[in-house]
Design a protein around this ligand. Structure first.
Ligand SMILES: N[C@@H](CCC(=O)N[C@@H](CS)C(=O)NCC(=O)O)C(=O)O
Length: 228
């Protein structure tokens, strides 16, 4: 099995976490995060939207991180990431769709993309508004996770590994030097979000987590590069 990826993509990170939690080995095929890589005819033949992640399993090719998680679940049912009861499965899908349809798309377009492409100054108003809306959504997530270890059920699920990588990316963007003039009030994160912070620490402590941590971030932060 091969995962087409670039390091630092939250959507790719979901698939990597699912693979390590299920103990499914995979190879990584790095795609250049530029027109030459993602929008090359070769890559567009795998995903016409020119985005990662893409999974190739033998002759089968699949894009969209949630679809890939569902595929992995069906192919490698244990341990389940989509619950053990109909209710849990429904609630996990609800959490995934709620996050991707109403939250992550705004984080990406209003904050992550302008910040990570070095266009923070040009899009300062949009970023400020993005952080204001993110604060509301984070308050809802903080309330949802209060008193629980995981978003749905008694163990880590696809809901957790869907939300976590994008939140980690948001916090990383919020901590960039370019953000100093934007009063997003997000950091230190645990001050207003102690329950989410505790939950993030539970994810970071999962077996295999370290090997999924973006190598590119480690390189940028000057820490030793892991296996990725
Ligand atoms: N809905 C997709 C989103 C994938 C996505 O946006 N991936 C980003 C990387 S974080 C990408 O490839 N962006 C390239 C681009 O927008 O051109 C999923 O869940 O897989």
């Amino acid at each position: 099995m091969k995962v087409y990826m670039f390091s630092g993509s939250g959507f790719v990170w979901r698939v990597q976490l699912a693979c390590v939690l299920k103990g499914v080995p995979y190879d990584q095929a790095r795609v250049e995060a530029s027109e030459r890589g993602l929008k090359s005819p070769q890559f567009l033949a795998l995903n016409s939207r020119g985005r990662v992640p893409v999974l190739r399993d033998g002759g089968f090719v699949l894009s969209e991180s949630s679809a890939i998680l569902a595929y992995l679940e069906r192919k490698h049912p244990e341990p389940p990431l989509f619950g053990r009861s109909a209710q849990e499965t429904g609630l996990i899908w609800k959490a995934i769709l709620d996050f991707d349809l109403y939250v992550s798309c705004h984080w990406v377009s209003d904050i992550l993309r302008p910040v990570l492409t070095g266009q923070a100054e040009a899009h300062a108003d949009r970023i400020k508004e993005g952080f204001r809306e993110a604060a509301d959504e984070l308050a809802k997530l903080e309330a949802q996770i209060a008193g629980r270890d995981w978003f749905v059920g008694g163990t880590v699920s696809a809901a957790d590994i869907t939300i976590y990588p994008l939140l980690e990316g948001l916090l990383r963007a919020a901590g960039k030097p370019d953000m100093e003039h934007i009063d997003h009030g997000l950091l230190p994160f645990g001050d207003r979000h102690p329950n989410l912070e505790a939950w993030m620490n539970r994810i970071r402590a999962l077996p295999g987590y370290d090997e999924t941590y973006p190598a590119y971030w480690r390189e940028m932060d000057g820490a030793p590069v892991a296996a990725q």
